[in-house]
Design a protein around this ligand. Structure first.
Ligand code: HEM
Length: 214
């Protein structure tokens, strides 16, 4: 996900981490695990605590943009140590996500019609034909924004990257599998999140605090 749009969330998390003396990496992982679990259908994600704070900021440009090609996106996630299947598994997060900055005239437009529920409608919707541009004029005389493609329904937003990943020969099969099985989607997401949460960390020096996730 592009960094833009998450500032308010991470700023609030920074204040909580500072107040309680925990690292920023831990608070990000903890908040993610609690948030997903609070969504109906959301799986329980392993939570390990004890990451040290980073010693320097990450360079700009490491997180893929919705207008990047599939080659670029897969290259970036592979650099980070994740497979293309794991990326598709992680995109279950877009089932409970909205856009704010791709089209700033309609902040809060979700990527499926059930953004409060961790369900696999997202994967199925992205496979439908694109018919409308969900701007204020409901598609009439309105232009697409960078990173946006036509959505199947009014009130829903479709990212170019999701559209392309759902149709690329390297990722289409995994996409369809998750669209066919809610339980596979939930368990695959939890496994991929647990892996992503440990990238660059020494798991042996962390403590398993998963019991605090209900
Ligand atoms: C192909 C890689 C990805 C691309 C190109 C991408 C792109 C985007 C974009 C453009 C937005 C809307 C941002 C805004 O306008 O505010 C978004 C939202 C979001 N994405 Fe992704 N994303 C990707 C992967 C991921 C992954 C791997 C996760 C988590 C595991 C994730 C979680 C989210 C969440 C939670 C939101 C909603 C943020 C909010 O509600 O403010 N995304 N993503």
């Amino acid at each position: 996900m592009p960094q833009e749009g998450l500032e308010s969330i991470v700023d609030a998390e920074k204040d909580i981490a500072d107040k309680h003396g925990v690292s920023y990496g831990d608070i990000i992982q903890f908040a993610a695990a609690v948030s997903v679990r609070n969504c109906p259908g959301g799986p329980r994600i392993t939570f390990l605590a004890g990451r040290p704070n980073a010693t320097q900021a990450a360079p700009d440009g490491l997180v893929p943009n919705p207008f990047d090609s599939v080659d670029t996106i897969l290259g970036r996630v592979e650099d980070a140590g994740l497979t293309s299947d794991e990326l598709i598994n992680l995109l279950a997060s877009h089932s409970v996500a909205v856009q704010e900055h791709v089209d700033e005239t309609i902040p809060g437009t979700p990527f499926d019609l059930t953004p409060g529920v961790f369900d696999n409608n997202f994967y199925r919707d992205v496979l439908l034909p694109g018919l409308v541009i969900p701007g204020p004029l409901l598609g009439f005389g309105f232009t697409l924004h960078q990173g946006e493609v036509k959505a199947p329904f009014i009130g829903e937003f479709r990212l170019q990257s999701d559209y392309a990943l759902a149709r690329d020969p390297r990722t289409a099969s995994r996409w369809k599998s998750l669209g066919s099985s809610q339980s596979l989607m939930a368990s695959s997401f939890a496994t991929a999140m647990a892996k992503m949460a440990l990238l660059g960390q020494n798991a042996g020096s962390l403590h398993n605090c998963s019991d605090v996730i209900s």
